[in-house]
Design a protein around this ligand. Structure first.
Ligand code: GUN
Length: 294
């Protein structure tokens, strides 16, 4: 039987609509308009697309969007001054610095400078540490989206064997903590893992976040498993335009997996929707009002 396709487009649109409802409520009841500032340094074409999408969807949800586009030659001290201003700005509740930064800018120094209360990427060590110790935290958006997608298939992830491929700060590492919070049994694998196909084949829930086009083959997948594909890789296509593929051989996986996210139209859709959730949560926490019901 062909796998069920997990439609990130529909699930993300539903989440954005719920955020918009909550934004309208906090405006009405508390006079609060959540605001998100996105900082883009340089002209990476993919980053420019992401930043445009973020601004559009932030406004569509009824929130304020502030865009800061800086030249690629921006110095670290100038970038840190922008962050300091945003940290102090009461209209800004979320700050996101689009990654990757141009060569020569130390992204960790920039992430460290973001007020943890406004760190809607969840990348500041304060939030990463809070998440790792089981405390409430702002959580990276892509992993949050993965959990929401997995829970559209499984009401509970408790006791499932979850295998993550990739150990990045943006996805793999926070996914470990989020899956532990769901009471899954978690394995994190990476480029040095021995016999990766065998490790993957143990997974009831397989999450691929390595950035290697179609690396995960059908025979790495346990029959009936749920597959969440975080990869977004551009490869050559016959029409010369290039096409987007995930980290999983999607066509092959369709006949083995129980459920799978497509690329595009899967996890990618969820990242921005979760950014809106985090901005709303951050705004409510800063204002001292109850956490929103999304
Ligand atoms: N670049 C690709 N994904 C992300 C993300 O989730 N946050 C930031 N800041 N940059 C990214």
């Amino acid at each position: 039987m062909a796998a069920r396709i997990i439609d990130g487009k529909i699930i993300a649109a539903d989440l954005r609509a719920r955020v918009a409802d909550e934004v309208a409520r906090v405006k009405r009841e508390h006079g609060l308009t959540p605001g998100l500032a996105v900082v883009l340094v340089g002209h990476d074409p993919a980053s420019e697309v992401y930043v445009r999408t973020k601004a559009k969807q932030t406004e569509a949800a009824g929130m304020a969007s502030f865009e800061h586009k800086l030249p690629a030659e921006t110095s670290l001290s100038d970038l840190l001054s922008v962050i300091a201003r945003l940290n102090a700005d009461p209209a800004v509740h979320g700050i996101l610095v689009q990654l990757p930064l141009p060569k020569g800018l130390d992204s960790q120094k920039v992430i460290d400078a973001i007020d943890p209360a406004k760190d809607v990427d969840g990348l500041n060590p304060v939030n990463a540490g809070r998440l790792a110790t089981g405390l409430p935290a702002l959580t990276p958006c892509t992993p949050l989206g993965c959990i929401i997608l997995a829970k559209t298939v499984h009401a509970s992830l408790e006791g499932m064997n979850a295998v993550i491929i990739g150990r990045s700060n943006l996805v793999g590492r926070p996914l470990v903590q989020l899956l532990l919070n769901e009471n899954a049994t978690v394995t994190i694998s990476h480029s040095r893992t021995r016999d990766l196909p065998k490790v993957c084949k143990q997974a009831d829930l397989l999450l691929a976040a390595v950035g290697k086009p179609e690396m995960v083959k059908a025979d790495w997948i346990k029959p009936g498993a749920t597959v969440i594909d975080v990869g977004i890789n551009r490869i050559a296509s016959t029409d010369g335009k290039g096409k987007l593929v995930g980290d999983v051989d999607y066509q092959g996986a369709l006949s083995v997996a129980g459920a799978i996210t497509p690329v595009p139209g899967g996890v990618g859709q969820m990242t921005v929707a979760c950014l809106l959730v985090n901005t709303l949560r951050a705004a409510c926490a800063i204002k001292g009002i109850a956490a929103p019901g999304v």
